[in-house]
Design a protein around this ligand. Sequence first.
Ligand code: MG
Length: 159
Amino acid sequence: MRQRFGIGFDSHLFVQNRPLILGGVTIEHSKGLKGHSDGDAVAHAVIDALLGAAAMGDIGRLFPDTDERWKGADSMQLLREVKRRILAASYTIVNVDATVVTEEPKLAPHIDEMRDNLSRALGLPVTAVSVKAKTNEKMDSVGRGKGLQVFAVASLGGA
Ligand code: MG
């Protein structure tokens, strides 16, 4: 089996009056993430990691933010669509790993639910799905709480 790897990255600004949704989990917080879709930066970074591993473009090309169809979109639904395309191209998804960088809120209580959601969307055992959280040690704009960043990698087999 040939193995392939992809990297994904996403960042979103925190804004008032938006829910904070990460990995399909709505998290109690004073701010949410700005975005054309639901702003789920974990789903977006994982999508780009998967698309990168398959060399199938990127989230902006598949789901342009100029397209009204994706306004307020459930990003886990976009993730399921990307999984469908990856499997249709004869790849298997081996594992995904993501790191969220944010000063707040504390994500530790939500990590397992994010892993559950991602594993169900991707049809993977939860042991093949990792989500981690870090702060930026108060450095730079993420460290000042202007927004958050997510890094992800995905591994595919086959094709
Ligand atoms: Mg995004």
